[in-house]
Design a protein around this ligand. Structure first.
Ligand code: KG4
Ligand code: ZN
Length: 329
């Protein structure tokens, strides 16, 4: 089954052709980062406008690269939410039009389920499965007792971890998106600054705004003498401790076979090492981290999960709308 997947939830215009949920025939991502970097963050109006300019070109390139005809496609998958409303609409209207014109099913997808099922490109997923979702908009522990059944065990009370990385990077004068820059300079940092430990009301919830404020205060107190590498190191260790500790707690509370990392922050080199700490809690735990090429937003992951969603009967009518606050399936 060949699925043409479209993803336009934020600032990447992406189309992929995926066969049977795991073979990538093409995966085209047109990033708008250079445009938004000038503003220090994504400008929603600008993002939707660029999606409109790019979507047909990216679609054509995905079909050409896959070396197929558009009639060979069996279904069209689309990110319905969460995301920026204007951006989501562009992809959705393209997918609905294609589905209607070629008379093929439309599969609406929750963006985060795509990040989770991106791991299908490297491993067979086994259930019960625990996913640690770490992206620019989400920080969640998600339990899948069985295939395509999602239960949120904990989520952030304020900022998402990627958002905290980006905001901290910004006050440190690093370019947008700041996550990869903090990752890079923290490698040269050492233990020098102390940051407070995060407190949350519910044991499996997360919080990053206190940490972000503490970094800001530290910069203000030490004005010109701040050692950026050491600060990046301190922030990163504090943020990663928070998510690793909560994940360990979840593993002690729920019986799972498989752990997967998901979302843009899964590209973080230190986090990719730190997940091995989970073996201390459960030595027989199967651990999968997504390959670097599908950590940040792309349409291949939407095609991967759409294949599974399709088996579970997920279909969209032509009257569905983009939903920025979409709940899990
Ligand atoms: O999943 P994603 O592409 O978009 C959302 O769905 O939000 O995640 C983007 C986030 C950004 O906040 C970016 O700074 C962060 O992922 N990110 C990283 C790294 N690479 C991307 N954060 C830390 N270390 C990285 N290497
Ligand atoms: Zn994402």
């Amino acid at each position: 089954m060949k699925i043409c997947a479209i993803e336009t939830s934020c600032d990447e215009t992406a189309v992929a052709i995926i066969e049977n949920g795991h073979t990538v025939l093409s995966n085209i991502v047109s990033s708008q980062i250079n445009t938004h970097a000038a503003f220090g963050g994504v400008i929603p109006e600008v993002a939707s406008r660029i999606h409109i300019e790019n979507i047909s070109i990216v679609l054509e390139e995905a079909i050409t690269t896959a070396n197929i005809k558009i009639d060979d496609i069996d279904a069209f998958a689309i990110t319905q939410g969460p995301g920026l409303i204007g951006s989501l609409h562009v992809g959705l209207i393209a997918a609905k039009t294609l589905s209607w014109f070629y008379n093929k099913p439309l599969i609406p997808i929750h963006h985060i389920t795509g990040h989770i099922y991106a791991n299908q490109f490297v491993d067979k997923l086994e259930y019960p499965l625990l996913a640690l979702v770490v992206s620019g908009g989400h920080t969640e522990l998600v339990l899948l007792k069985e295939e395509y059944k999602f239960e949120i065990l904990g989520s952030t009370q304020d900022d998402a971890i990627g958002e905290a990385y980006d905001k901290v990077a910004r006050v440190m004068g690093l370019p947008y998106p700041g996550g990869p820059h903090i990752d890079r300079i923290a490698k040269d940092g050492k233990k020098n600054y102390r940051l407070p430990k995060v407190k949350t009301q519910k044991p499996l919830d997360f919080s990053f705004s206190g940490l972000k404020s503490a970094v800001l205060q530290l910069i203000q107190r030490n004005k010109n003498e701040i050692i950026k590498e050491d600060l990046a190191y301190a922030f990163q260790e504090a943020a990663l401790n928070e998510i690793i500790e909560k994940t360990k707690l979840a593993l002690s509370m729920y019986q799972v076979k498989h752990f997967v990392l998901a979302g843009g922050v899964a590209a973080n080199s230190r986090l990719r090492e730190r997940v091995n700490d989970l073996k201390l809690i459960q030595p027989d735990l199967k651990i999968t981290i997504p390959p670097m090429w599908c950590c940040t937003d792309n349409a291949a992951m939407i095609g991967a999960v759409a294949y599974v969603a399709y088996q579970h009967g997920v279909r969209g009518d032509l009257d569905i709308s983009a939903n920025p606050g979409l709940d899990y399936a």
